[in-house]
Design a protein around this ligand. Structure first.
Ligand code: EPZ
Length: 420
């Protein structure tokens, strides 16, 4: 297994190009099941989760090539509707094949994703919504067996909780349903919006895109003439590099971003004393005279994203004062805390709230990654820690960060990937 070795204490400088968004590319690749023709998708990040979903789709019969962040895919030749456990267990977002397979073929068998390090992560809201659209859902030997032999029918779906992949599954299912589907309390993340825009460009009538209530007029199982498109930039990767600049109090530039998608993150960094020079699709982070403490409550978009909570917690160890983090979306998303404490951080946990004392000197140590975003927080801490930090089990990082050590090296970090 690989690990990252980081010698801390160096300032960063220069610029970093942000990749396409993993969490946009995943539903968009799943949506190709709905397409009547092959399409080309640009700016797809070459990360493990993407390759896992491509493998799953090819097991179902899709044909694809993936070179230089460009996927050419033809899912119109899918012949199987069984998404098996071997692949689904490695990436829970495989559940995004459920909606499109059921809508297109009238049946499918998708392995239950199971929980993960950050929480139990049920899919009850996905299944309840599909039943409301006329599907017959059965759970058997760890698989969701879904049937809708006469196709899905439009319904009014009110999500009890805002669910990103739940919204995406139902949006894709509704695109081929008969009649209108109204989704209330739909997720508004930029990744969900791009999925709506791509389906709309393929001729699906969707009203209210970007609001918390959308109405989708389905094509009654007529497959979609999907058009080529480019994946939006990854706002969480961008936020992670912003925190790298912030924790080392450096001036760095991020290229190929959509600033609007980063508003909650940039506002929080400004509250902590940093500032930005932003133009169309790039921004420069300017160092803070003094890093101020802050308070974070994670919530759905456009609020502060849960996927940035761990990275900010690392940054807060360098703020001069006491910061608070409240994690409201997942029940176990503080796995990075014990690893940060091993580096010298002073963090107290009480339920879903963490109190971070700053400014604390961090010391390099051997630490272990547990989930995608927690791993990135350990890399950030290593950048500012005195001495050498080794981040183990970085397969978690490889799921969602493209060319991570190359990009950090490009910013001047002393980081190298080594074999255990
Ligand atoms: C998506 O996960 C993202 N993954 C996650 O990013 C992100 O952390 C999360 O949204 C929240 O923003 C992808 O987009 C592939 P949810 P998802 O359904 O859709 C509960 C990363 O780092 N819930 O919005 O699985 C759930 O337990 C990953 O890239 C139900 O109770 O999250 C959670 O408490 C990590 N029943 C809350 O809703 C359901 O049926 C939000 O979950 C579905 C969800």
């Amino acid at each position: 297994m690989d690990y990252l070795q980081i010698n801390g204490g160096k300032k960063l400088s220069g610029s970093v190009k942000i990749s396409g968004a993993k969490n946009a590319a995943l539903p968009l690749l799943a949506s190709t099941v709905l397409s009547s023709k092959p399409i080309v998708i640009k700016n797809v990040p070459n990360v493990r989760d993407i390759n896992t979903l491509l493998k799953l789709l090819s097991n179902l019969g899709s044909k694809f090539t993936f070179e230089k962040n460009r996927v050419k895919i033809d899912s119109s030749c899918i012949s199987s509707t069984m998404a098996n456990y071997d692949i689904v267990k490695t990436m829970r977002a495989s559940i995004l094949t459920l909606g499109p397979l059921l809508a297109t073929f009238g049946h499918c068998e998708v392995s239950l994703p199971g929980g993960c390090a950050i929480g139990q992560r049920p899919i009850d809201l996905h299944l309840k919504a599909l039943e409301q659209m006329g599907a017959d859902i059965e759970i058997k030997q760890g698989y969701v067996i879904a049937k809708a032999p006469k196709g899905l029918k439009g319904a009014t779906i009110v999500f009890d909780k805002i669910t990103v992949t739940g919204s995406e599954n139902i949006i894709m299912a509704a695109a081929l349903a008969k009649g209108k589907t109204r989704i209330v309390n739909v997720a508004k993340e930029p990744e969900v919006i791009q999925l709506c825009e791509v389906l709309s460009d393929a001729g699906v009538n969707i009203e209210g895109i970007g609001s918390d209530e959308i109405i989708i007029s389905g094509t009654d199982r007529e497959k979609l003439p999907m058009k080529n498109f480019s994946v939006i930039p990854d706002r969480i990767e961008a936020g992670t590099y912003m925190c790298a600049g912030a924790i080392t109090n450096s001036k760095i530039t991020l290229e190929e971003i959509i600033p609007d998608h980063l508003e909650a993150i940039m506002t929080k960094l400004e509250e902590m004393g940093f500032s930005f020079e932003t133009n169309k699709n790039c921004t420069t982070l300017l160092p803070a005279k003094k890093i101020k403490p802050s308070e974070i409550i994670t919530t759905e978009y456009p609020g502060f994203p849960t996927d940035m909570q761990a990275q900010f917690m690392a940054l807060m160890t360098q703020a001069e004062g006491v910061s608070i983090v409240e994690e409201r979306l997942f029940e176990n998303r503080f796995m990075h805390v014990s690893e940060l404490q091993r580096m010298g951080a002073s963090i107290m946990l009480r339920g879903n709230s963490a109190t971070i004392q700053g400014k604390i000197k961090l010391y390099g140590a051997d630490v272990m990654a547990t989930d995608l975003r927690a791993s990135s927080a350990l890399v950030l801490a290593g950048l500012v820690a005195e001495g050498t930090t080794k981040v183990h089990r970085i397969y978690h990082l490889d799921r969602g960060y493209e060319k991570l050590e190359e990009k950090f090296k490009g910013l001047g970090a002393d980081i190298v990937r080594l074999k255990e």
